[in-house]
Design a protein around this ligand. Structure first.
Ligand SMILES: [Zn+2]
Length: 312
C-alpha cells in the first residue's frame, strides 16, 4: 500500500444499507474532505425482505439471489457517497446474513451469528492494520436494535480493534495499529422526538409510522458525545439510501424499511465516544470525529511500525 491519506475512518456494518442509514452524511462529508473512508460490511443481507414487488423473487425463500443484488446496491450507494474503499468481511460470501433473532437461519453453517468472534475478527484485523484508521464507527453491544448480525458486527469490531493493537497477535496480518477513537452509532432522544413530530405533521405516503423504540441506538441526549452536521451532504445520503431500493423507500426527509413504517431521515448523525480521549471540552459535543487524533501522514503496510502506540 502506498501513502495513506492523513485522516482515515473505518466503519463496520452488518448489512448493505446500514451504512447509508446510519452514517451516510458522515461518510460523504469525510470522503469529500479527502479522508480515506473504509466500509467493511459483514454480510450481504441475504435474508432481508424485499420491498419492490417486482424484485420479490430475489428473496432467500425463492431464488436466494438477494445477496448478489444487494452487493450491487451497495456499490451504487458508495458511488453516491464518494466512498471508494468498501469491502465485504472475509471476502464475498464468507459470512451469511443470520436473519432476525430466533429464526433457524441463526444456526446455519456460515451464518455470521453462528461464527465465533475469534474466527471472524482476524479478517477485520487485517483491514485495520492495512488502512490504519484513527477512528472506528460501529454499533453498541445491542447492535442498536438486537439483530444478531448487528450484535455480532459490534463484537467483531471491538475485538478486532483490540487484536489489531496487540503486537503479539498474528504479525502476518500487518504491523500493530491502535485505533485512537471508537464510536457507537447513537440517536439522541430529543432528535428522535423532533423527527417524529415532523413526520406526523407531514403529508407522506407510508402506511404507518414507526415509534421511537423502532429506531436503533436511541439514548438520553447526555450520552451523545459527537454530532456531525451533514446538512451539506443530505442529498448524497438520500441518494445512497435510494440506491438500496430493495430495503428502503425514501420519501423526502423520511423513509421506511420493509415494515412500511415511516421514520425520519437524519442528516445530522450522532455518536457516542467509547474509546479514546474526547476532542471537545467537557459538556460539549465534538463536531469532528478526528478531533484530538494524530493525523500526521503515515505510510501503511506491514513494513511500517506505527507511531501511535502511545495513545490511549
Ligand atoms: Zn442491518
Amino acid at each position: 500500500m502506498t501513502d495513506l491519506p492523513a485522516r482515515r475512518l473505518l466503519l463496520v456494518h452488518a448489512h448493505p444499507d446500514d451504512e447509508s442509514i446510519n452514517n451516510g452524511a458522515t461518510m460523504a462529508r469525510y470522503a469529500a474532505e479527502g479522508a480515506l473512508v473504509t466500509l467493511v460490511t459483514c454480510t450481504l443481507g441475504e435474508e432481508g425482505e424485499v420491498i419492490p414487488a417486482g424484485l420479490a423473487h430475489l428473496a432467500a425463500d425463492r431464488d436466494d439471489t438477494l445477496g448478489v443484488h444487494r452487493s450491487g446496491e451497495l456499490t451504487a450507494a458508495m458511488k453516491e457517497l464518494g466512498v471508494h474503499d468498501h469491502r465485504i468481511l472475509g471476502g464475498t460470501g464468507r459470512f451469511r446474513d443470520s436473519g432476525m433473532m430466533g429464526v433457524p437461519q441463526n444456526r446455519r453453517p456460515g451464518a455470521f451469528w453462528n461464527t465465533p468472534v475469534e474466527e471472524a475478527a482476524p479478517y477485520l484485523v487485517e483491514v485495520i492494520r492495512e488502512v490504519r484508521p484513527q477512528v472506528l464507527i460501529t454499533y453498541d453491544p445491542q447492535g442498536g436494535y438486537g439483530h444478531p448480525d448487528h450484535i455480532q458486527a459490534h463484537r467483531v469490531a471491538m475485538r478486532a480493534a483490540e487484536l489489531a493493537a496487540d503486537p503479539a497477535f498474528r504479525s502476518d496480518l500487518g504491523a500493530p495499529h491502535r485505533i485512537a477513537k471508537i464510536y457507537w452509532n447513537r440517536v439522541p432522544r430529543s432528535a428522535a422526538e423532533e423527527g417524529f413530530a415532523r413526520l406526523r405533521a407531514a403529508d407522506v405516503e407510508f402506511p404507518g409510522v414507526a415509534g421511537i423504540d423502532d429506531i436503533p441506538g436511541v439514548v438520553d441526549d447526555a450520552d451523545v458525545t459527537a454530532e456531525i452536521d451533514g446538512t451539506g451532504h443530505a442529498g448524497r445520503k438520500a441518494a445512497a439510501m435510494r440506491a438500496h431500493a430493495t430495503q428502503i423507500a425514501v420519501d423526502g426527509p423520511f423513509f421506511a424499511l420493509s415494515n412500511d413504517l415511516g421514520q425520519p431521515l437524519f442528516t445530522t448523525e450522532y455518536y457516542q465516544l467509547v474509546r479514546g480521549a474526547p476532542g471537545a471540552p467537557p459538556g460539549e459535543r465534538e463536531r469532528d470525529l478526528f478531533a484530538g487524533t494524530d493525523t500526521a501522514p503515515e505510510t501503511g503496510g506491514p513494513a511500517v511500525t506505527t507511531t501511535q502506540e502511545t495513545e490511549r
